[in-house]
Design a protein around this ligand. Structure first.
Ligand code: SIN
Length: 287
Protein backbone atom coordinates (compact mmCIF):
# COMPACT_ATOMS: atom_id res chain seq x y z
CA UNK A 1 0.00 0.00 0.00
CA UNK A 2 1.37 3.42 -0.94
CA UNK A 3 1.75 6.04 1.83
CA UNK A 4 -0.19 9.25 1.32
CA UNK A 5 2.07 12.13 0.30
CA UNK A 6 1.26 13.95 3.55
CA UNK A 7 2.57 10.94 5.55
CA UNK A 8 5.98 11.00 3.91
CA UNK A 9 8.34 13.23 5.89
CA UNK A 10 11.13 14.52 3.74
CA UNK A 11 14.52 14.39 5.52
CA UNK A 12 15.73 17.78 6.75
CA UNK A 13 18.49 19.38 4.68
CA UNK A 14 21.86 18.17 5.96
CA UNK A 15 23.58 20.68 8.21
CA UNK A 16 26.83 22.18 6.89
CA UNK A 17 29.58 21.42 9.43
CA UNK A 18 33.24 22.39 8.88
CA UNK A 19 35.84 21.13 11.41
CA UNK A 20 38.04 23.91 12.81
CA UNK A 21 40.98 21.95 14.21
CA UNK A 22 42.13 18.43 14.99
CA UNK A 23 41.55 19.12 18.70
CA UNK A 24 37.90 20.19 18.65
CA UNK A 25 35.52 22.79 17.20
CA UNK A 26 33.35 23.05 14.11
CA UNK A 27 31.83 25.89 12.17
CA UNK A 28 28.11 25.49 11.46
CA UNK A 29 27.29 26.86 8.02
CA UNK A 30 24.17 28.36 6.51
CA UNK A 31 22.20 29.04 9.70
CA UNK A 32 20.77 32.46 10.60
CA UNK A 33 19.99 32.44 14.32
CA UNK A 34 17.78 35.52 14.03
CA UNK A 35 15.27 33.12 12.39
CA UNK A 36 13.70 30.40 14.49
CA UNK A 37 15.14 26.93 13.90
CA UNK A 38 12.84 23.93 13.62
CA UNK A 39 13.22 20.89 15.88
CA UNK A 40 14.87 18.69 13.27
CA UNK A 41 17.48 21.30 12.36
CA UNK A 42 18.11 21.97 16.05
CA UNK A 43 18.69 18.24 16.66
CA UNK A 44 21.44 18.30 13.99
CA UNK A 45 23.05 21.37 15.58
CA UNK A 46 23.00 19.72 19.03
CA UNK A 47 24.54 16.52 17.59
CA UNK A 48 27.28 18.56 15.91
CA UNK A 49 27.91 20.30 19.24
CA UNK A 50 28.19 17.00 21.11
CA UNK A 51 30.58 15.66 18.49
CA UNK A 52 32.74 18.78 18.20
CA UNK A 53 32.44 20.27 21.74
CA UNK A 54 32.55 23.87 20.45
CA UNK A 55 30.45 25.29 17.63
CA UNK A 56 30.97 28.58 15.80
CA UNK A 57 28.31 30.40 13.77
CA UNK A 58 29.81 33.38 11.96
CA UNK A 59 28.20 36.50 10.53
CA UNK A 60 25.22 36.57 12.90
CA UNK A 61 23.17 39.69 13.57
CA UNK A 62 21.45 38.94 16.85
CA UNK A 63 19.32 40.78 19.36
CA UNK A 64 19.52 39.68 23.00
CA UNK A 65 16.18 37.88 22.50
CA UNK A 66 17.52 35.97 19.46
CA UNK A 67 20.53 34.79 21.46
CA UNK A 68 18.40 33.69 24.44
CA UNK A 69 15.87 31.93 22.17
CA UNK A 70 18.67 29.79 20.73
CA UNK A 71 20.21 29.16 24.17
CA UNK A 72 16.89 28.07 25.66
CA UNK A 73 16.64 25.24 23.15
CA UNK A 74 19.50 23.58 25.06
CA UNK A 75 18.08 24.23 28.53
CA UNK A 76 17.18 26.99 30.99
CA UNK A 77 19.66 29.87 31.29
CA UNK A 78 21.69 30.01 34.51
CA UNK A 79 20.93 32.78 36.99
CA UNK A 80 23.30 35.75 36.71
CA UNK A 81 24.62 36.85 40.10
CA UNK A 82 26.53 39.93 38.88
CA UNK A 83 23.43 41.93 37.95
CA UNK A 84 25.41 45.12 37.33
CA UNK A 85 26.55 43.58 34.01
CA UNK A 86 23.01 42.87 32.75
CA UNK A 87 21.70 45.57 30.42
CA UNK A 88 18.30 44.34 29.22
CA UNK A 89 17.39 40.65 29.12
CA UNK A 90 17.97 39.04 32.58
CA UNK A 91 19.74 36.02 31.00
CA UNK A 92 22.31 38.12 29.10
CA UNK A 93 25.49 39.45 30.69
CA UNK A 94 28.15 41.61 29.09
CA UNK A 95 31.79 40.49 29.09
CA UNK A 96 33.93 43.53 28.35
CA UNK A 97 36.94 45.67 29.17
CA UNK A 98 34.93 48.83 28.31
CA UNK A 99 34.36 51.39 31.07
CA UNK A 100 31.55 53.93 31.26
CA UNK A 101 31.89 56.71 33.84
CA UNK A 102 34.98 54.87 35.07
CA UNK A 103 33.06 51.66 35.81
CA UNK A 104 33.35 48.36 33.88
CA UNK A 105 30.23 47.57 31.87
CA UNK A 106 31.11 43.87 31.64
CA UNK A 107 32.11 40.99 33.89
CA UNK A 108 35.45 39.19 34.13
CA UNK A 109 38.88 40.76 34.36
CA UNK A 110 40.54 42.45 31.35
CA UNK A 111 43.22 40.74 29.29
CA UNK A 112 44.60 37.25 29.71
CA UNK A 113 42.73 34.60 31.71
CA UNK A 114 43.88 31.14 32.84
CA UNK A 115 42.08 28.01 31.69
CA UNK A 116 38.82 27.34 33.52
CA UNK A 117 35.28 25.95 33.15
CA UNK A 118 32.35 28.22 33.85
CA UNK A 119 30.75 28.05 37.31
CA UNK A 120 32.64 24.92 38.45
CA UNK A 121 32.62 26.50 41.93
CA UNK A 122 28.82 26.04 42.05
CA UNK A 123 26.81 22.88 42.78
CA UNK A 124 25.34 22.91 39.28
CA UNK A 125 27.94 24.43 36.97
CA UNK A 126 27.06 25.83 33.55
CA UNK A 127 26.40 23.11 30.98
CA UNK A 128 27.15 25.47 28.13
CA UNK A 129 28.26 29.04 27.56
CA UNK A 130 27.53 31.12 24.54
CA UNK A 131 29.42 34.29 23.59
CA UNK A 132 28.28 36.65 20.85
CA UNK A 133 30.91 39.12 19.68
CA UNK A 134 29.88 42.76 19.25
CA UNK A 135 33.32 44.44 19.25
CA UNK A 136 36.70 42.70 19.06
CA UNK A 137 40.29 43.94 19.35
CA UNK A 138 42.46 44.01 16.23
CA UNK A 139 44.88 41.55 17.85
CA UNK A 140 44.61 39.18 20.80
CA UNK A 141 41.65 38.55 23.07
CA UNK A 142 41.36 35.12 21.41
CA UNK A 143 39.60 32.33 23.27
CA UNK A 144 41.47 29.03 23.64
CA UNK A 145 39.40 25.86 23.99
CA UNK A 146 40.95 22.63 25.30
CA UNK A 147 39.48 19.15 24.88
CA UNK A 148 38.80 17.59 28.31
CA UNK A 149 38.05 14.13 26.86
CA UNK A 150 41.41 13.89 25.12
CA UNK A 151 43.13 15.23 28.21
CA UNK A 152 41.68 12.36 30.27
CA UNK A 153 42.10 9.66 27.63
CA UNK A 154 45.80 10.44 27.09
CA UNK A 155 46.78 10.40 30.77
CA UNK A 156 48.99 7.49 31.87
CA UNK A 157 46.82 4.64 33.23
CA UNK A 158 48.32 4.95 36.71
CA UNK A 159 47.28 8.63 36.93
CA UNK A 160 43.81 7.75 35.65
CA UNK A 161 43.51 5.12 38.40
CA UNK A 162 44.76 7.62 40.99
CA UNK A 163 42.23 10.34 40.11
CA UNK A 164 39.15 8.25 39.19
CA UNK A 165 36.61 8.58 42.01
CA UNK A 166 38.36 11.57 43.65
CA UNK A 167 36.90 15.04 44.13
CA UNK A 168 38.55 18.44 43.83
CA UNK A 169 37.55 21.73 45.41
CA UNK A 170 36.88 24.56 42.97
CA UNK A 171 36.64 28.19 44.07
CA UNK A 172 36.25 31.52 42.32
CA UNK A 173 37.05 34.87 43.80
CA UNK A 174 35.08 37.40 41.72
CA UNK A 175 37.26 40.21 43.10
CA UNK A 176 40.71 38.94 42.20
CA UNK A 177 40.52 36.05 39.74
CA UNK A 178 42.07 36.06 36.28
CA UNK A 179 45.62 34.77 36.45
CA UNK A 180 45.73 34.08 40.14
CA UNK A 181 45.18 30.75 41.82
CA UNK A 182 45.54 29.99 45.46
CA UNK A 183 45.53 26.84 47.55
CA UNK A 184 43.65 28.74 50.26
CA UNK A 185 40.68 30.72 48.98
CA UNK A 186 39.78 33.74 51.11
CA UNK A 187 36.94 33.18 53.59
CA UNK A 188 33.52 33.50 51.98
CA UNK A 189 34.75 32.82 48.45
CA UNK A 190 32.18 30.54 46.73
CA UNK A 191 33.46 26.98 46.31
CA UNK A 192 32.24 23.45 45.56
CA UNK A 193 33.89 20.00 45.32
CA UNK A 194 33.25 18.06 42.09
CA UNK A 195 34.63 14.84 40.61
CA UNK A 196 38.12 15.22 39.12
CA UNK A 197 36.90 13.08 36.24
CA UNK A 198 33.30 13.57 35.13
CA UNK A 199 31.15 11.58 32.74
CA UNK A 200 29.28 13.49 30.07
CA UNK A 201 25.56 12.67 30.33
CA UNK A 202 24.96 12.73 26.57
CA UNK A 203 28.11 11.10 25.16
CA UNK A 204 29.02 8.83 28.10
CA UNK A 205 32.68 9.86 27.72
CA UNK A 206 34.94 10.77 30.64
CA UNK A 207 36.56 14.20 30.80
CA UNK A 208 39.19 15.68 33.09
CA UNK A 209 37.38 18.29 35.22
CA UNK A 210 40.00 20.40 36.99
CA UNK A 211 41.43 23.72 35.84
CA UNK A 212 44.28 26.07 36.67
CA UNK A 213 42.15 29.10 37.52
CA UNK A 214 39.63 27.59 39.92
CA UNK A 215 40.73 24.19 41.23
CA UNK A 216 42.21 24.64 44.68
CA UNK A 217 43.03 21.09 45.82
CA UNK A 218 42.26 17.42 45.38
CA UNK A 219 40.42 16.20 48.42
CA UNK A 220 41.91 13.43 50.54
CA UNK A 221 45.53 14.03 49.47
CA UNK A 222 48.28 15.74 51.48
CA UNK A 223 48.68 19.38 50.34
CA UNK A 224 52.02 18.86 48.61
CA UNK A 225 50.86 15.75 46.74
CA UNK A 226 47.67 17.53 45.68
CA UNK A 227 49.67 20.53 44.40
CA UNK A 228 52.11 18.35 42.48
CA UNK A 229 49.37 16.25 40.93
CA UNK A 230 47.34 19.31 39.95
CA UNK A 231 50.39 20.85 38.27
CA UNK A 232 50.84 17.66 36.22
CA UNK A 233 47.13 17.66 35.28
CA UNK A 234 47.06 21.37 34.36
CA UNK A 235 50.20 21.13 32.22
CA UNK A 236 48.84 18.03 30.52
CA UNK A 237 45.35 19.38 29.75
CA UNK A 238 46.82 22.62 28.32
CA UNK A 239 48.99 20.86 25.73
CA UNK A 240 48.85 22.71 22.43
CA UNK A 241 47.59 19.69 20.48
CA UNK A 242 44.42 19.57 22.64
CA UNK A 243 43.58 23.22 21.86
CA UNK A 244 41.60 25.18 19.27
CA UNK A 245 42.26 28.94 19.31
CA UNK A 246 39.29 31.05 18.25
CA UNK A 247 40.20 34.37 16.63
CA UNK A 248 37.07 36.48 16.97
CA UNK A 249 35.22 38.51 14.35
CA UNK A 250 32.28 40.72 15.22
CA UNK A 251 29.12 38.69 14.55
CA UNK A 252 30.58 35.37 15.77
CA UNK A 253 28.40 33.23 18.03
CA UNK A 254 30.49 30.61 19.80
CA UNK A 255 29.04 27.99 22.12
CA UNK A 256 31.10 25.56 24.19
CA UNK A 257 30.35 22.57 26.41
CA UNK A 258 31.73 23.21 29.91
CA UNK A 259 31.38 19.49 30.76
CA UNK A 260 34.16 18.43 28.40
CA UNK A 261 36.14 21.58 27.51
CA UNK A 262 38.16 24.26 29.26
CA UNK A 263 38.75 27.76 27.97
CA UNK A 264 41.21 30.59 28.46
CA UNK A 265 41.73 34.03 26.95
CA UNK A 266 44.87 35.51 25.37
CA UNK A 267 45.98 39.01 26.31
CA UNK A 268 44.97 42.11 24.37
CA UNK A 269 45.71 45.82 24.49
CA UNK A 270 43.77 47.81 27.12
CA UNK A 271 43.47 50.53 24.43
CA UNK A 272 41.26 48.26 22.33
CA UNK A 273 37.56 47.59 22.97
CA UNK A 274 36.25 44.05 23.41
CA UNK A 275 32.52 43.63 23.95
CA UNK A 276 30.70 40.29 24.11
CA UNK A 277 27.26 39.14 25.17
CA UNK A 278 27.22 35.94 27.21
CA UNK A 279 24.41 33.51 28.01
CA UNK A 280 25.14 30.45 30.15
CA UNK A 281 22.91 27.40 30.33
CA UNK A 282 22.37 25.67 33.65
CA UNK A 283 23.91 22.21 33.91
CA UNK A 284 23.45 19.12 36.05
CA UNK A 285 25.50 18.25 39.12
CA UNK A 286 28.65 16.55 37.74
CA UNK A 287 29.05 12.81 38.27
C1 SIN B 1 34.66 33.41 29.69
O1 SIN B 1 35.59 32.95 30.34
O2 SIN B 1 33.51 33.06 29.88
C2 SIN B 1 34.94 34.45 28.63
C3 SIN B 1 36.00 34.06 27.69
C4 SIN B 1 36.41 35.19 26.79
O3 SIN B 1 36.13 36.35 27.09
O4 SIN B 1 37.06 34.90 25.78
Amino acid sequence: MEAAASEIRSPPPALGVRPLSSALGAEILGIDLSDDIDARMFAQIRDAWHQNLVIVLRGQNLSEEDQVRFAEKFGPPAVIHTKQFVRNHPAVMLISNVREDGKPIGALPDGEMHFHTDQCHQERPAMASMLYALEVPRAGGNTLFANGYTAYETLPAEIQRHIDGRKALNAYDYETAAMKRGTRPAPGVPSYAHPVVRTHPATGRKALYVNRLMTVRIEGLPAQESDELLTILFDHQERREFIYEHVWRAGDLVMWDNRCTLHARTDFSPDERRLMRRVTILGEKPV
